[in-house]
Design a protein around this ligand. Sequence first.
Ligand SMILES: *Cc1c(COP(=O)(O)O)cnc(C)c1O
Length: 483
Amino acid sequence: MRQPRKRASESSGRAEAGRDPRRKVPSLDRLLESERVRGWEERWGRDLVKEALRSALDAERDRLLRAGGGTFRTGRVLEMVEEKLEAAERPSLRRVLNATGVVLHTNLGRAPLAPMAVAAMEVGARYSNLEYDVELGARGSRYDHCDGLLRELTGAEAALVVNNNAAAVALMVNEFAAGRQVVVSRGELVEIGGSFRLPDIVRRAGAELVEVGTTNRTREADYREAIGPRTGLVLKVHPSNYRLVGFTEEVPLSGVAAICRTAGVPVAHDLGSGLLRPELLPEFPPEPGVRASLDAGADVVSWSGDKLLGGPQAGVLLGRGEAVARLRRNPLLRAFRVDKGTLAALEATLRLYRDPEQALREVPVLRALAEPVEQVEARAGRALARVRFDPPARVQVRRMKAVVGGGAFPGLELPSAGWMVEGLPPEEIESRCRAGTPPLIGRVSDDRFWLDFRTLLPGEEGEAAEALQRALRAEANEAEANE
Ligand SMILES: *Cc1c(COP(=O)(O)O)cnc(C)c1O
């Protein structure tokens, strides 16, 4: 490590050597002997510490050279190195506090799980009877574990769980229409969050897409004309993340199913969010429930486990016995297969739905959607009464608007409440909250910083308050340092 330094000082020229600001930077060996750095070595090992110090010293030399002088700030440099070592130790996937007011926030992992679902995942983490029939002492199927509960809760003849809803849609298309045609209304060719575009999925699943109707209007006659000898499947898609308003017309699923029955063609319904118990959200606009879709005559319906259900990432397929049996035999199922931890969490989540009141209490997504705004406001108020913020920061309880997110109930605003933070640049508070441990994620609007308490999980209010306190303190420190 001495070699490169020697070369560096030679290149800067002998005459200037005396004025080279980089001479102020201590040697790596000297820092390695300091008490503080020795402590680090015990924690992180000598190699990691040496590497972190070396790159910090290099950066400091560059900085001094560019500035043409200055002082070497040992304390500041060591602090930066320690931060870097700590960051390297942190797992990449970490918990965050969601105060964004977006209940199903795709970037923040969509649905947080019920405590019982989290506990169940531990079973999946060990040896389990995943594919073993304990009573018979023979091979079993992973697909049997949620089957009974799903049939009980929905009245479906058969069920199948895969990795996510995108996989479920691809599986349906592939099984019923590979090498043939899939008929879809032009008003339903959805794109969900960037990577799921229905036309692409249909094509990659080996089928040809036949679009019917226009963007805003599709009639029964459009379906009848499009269905022919090459039709493998008619697919209805719930336009979950957008709404068609104005001069519009669509054929309800029951109408499409009747046409398909006459033609002898299966009909599938991609429900997107899949609300299991619409009656639990009486204040919400009507959203097609899982049972309603089956009753309307779909041969198979599919939906996500981690949207309105509030469970783990999964794709749930329900439908007629023979249709689901065909999906079970499709070789692609192996590529889409659901993980054991997911199955355990899904089973535990579904079990909560046996008692709707319990589901409302314990499934965090349902709880967040159904909590009266007065109650959210009271939680925000109690949390504020327990902390103090130094000027210039001002924190007040305010009403605000939350949204469902995850492509469900587009355009719907949920009355919500939380904290409004003023007195400092909101972008600065936002980034400092984000840099904390755990990161506190809020939002900036109207030149203020907002923390929505509807999306904080029960018990996280105090943690969020402390995170904000630390962030504002860091802001104050920074301001002093710059003066
Ligand atoms: C969300 C959604 C999907 C994709 O589901 P994932 O579980 O994210 O794979 C597909 N179709 C519709 C209509 C959706 O809303």
